[in-house]
Design a protein around this ligand. Sequence first.
Ligand SMILES: Nc1ncnc2c1ncn2[C@@H]1O[C@H](COP(=O)(O)OP(=O)(O)OP(=O)(O)O)[C@@H](O)[C@H]1O
Length: 242
Amino acid sequence: MTAVLELKDLRKSYGAIIVADALSYSLEDGEALGVIGPNGAGKTSMFNLITGTVQAQSGDVYFKGQPITKLSAAARCRAGIARSFQIPQPFGAMSVFENVLVAATQGAGESGHAANELCLDILEQTGLMARANAPAGGLTLLERKRLELARALGARPSLLLLDEIAGGLTEQECQSLIATINDVRASGVSIIWIEHVVHALLAVVDRLIVIDFGRKIAEGQPDEIMASREVQEIYLGIEAGA
Ligand SMILES: Nc1ncnc2c1ncn2[C@@H]1O[C@H](COP(=O)(O)OP(=O)(O)OP(=O)(O)O)[C@@H](O)[C@H]1O
């Protein structure tokens, strides 16, 4: 398998706050990687560095073998990297369909009939078809999360970055979202998913990494990572020896 994404020795800090500390890892094509870590560990910052909304102080990001560190966020999106945001911020006065259309035209570069078809496929896939003409500002939390996913998919990504998309959902809503994400994954999209709702993550990902103070402190099979004493101590707040 080839790496779809590779982070090499990324470093970024805001004054004394280190959000990426020699951060390196790679993601295989078609893989789903989960990211966990305490609040403020630098997880969203890592997405900002991958998508190019924030520039690293040093280090490199490779996408499909090409360096993208110097590319703008828009160019990275058009190259095939799309993300959802932790706090959904759709264009509230626009319809659900129009929100996805923005991604299809600006991200995937589609127009006319092809753009419409792409949006309809995505609304179907994300369970939003019945809400296509509803103003995005009036959606429920689950619908807003689905719209975050739909907008990201509108850019027709080969790498999808999900930022705490399961947070705040009921268990039933969470299961329904997991099914949709597994469906996206089965279509061949590589995924990195930051999530505090660990059981949702474990229903999708092949591998986990743990980040603390911008450092990757563990990486491996999900069950091994969750059983690790260091992870339990740092992430779950369980003291060693307890
Ligand atoms: N632009 C910025 N300027 C200054 N500090 C920042 C900036 N962006 C993030 N930070 C700080 O960097 C740290 C890491 O933030 P980040 O959002 O990446 O953490 P996180 O792991 O995603 O946290 P959470 O799980 O709570 O979402 C936090 O202390 C945050 O306040």
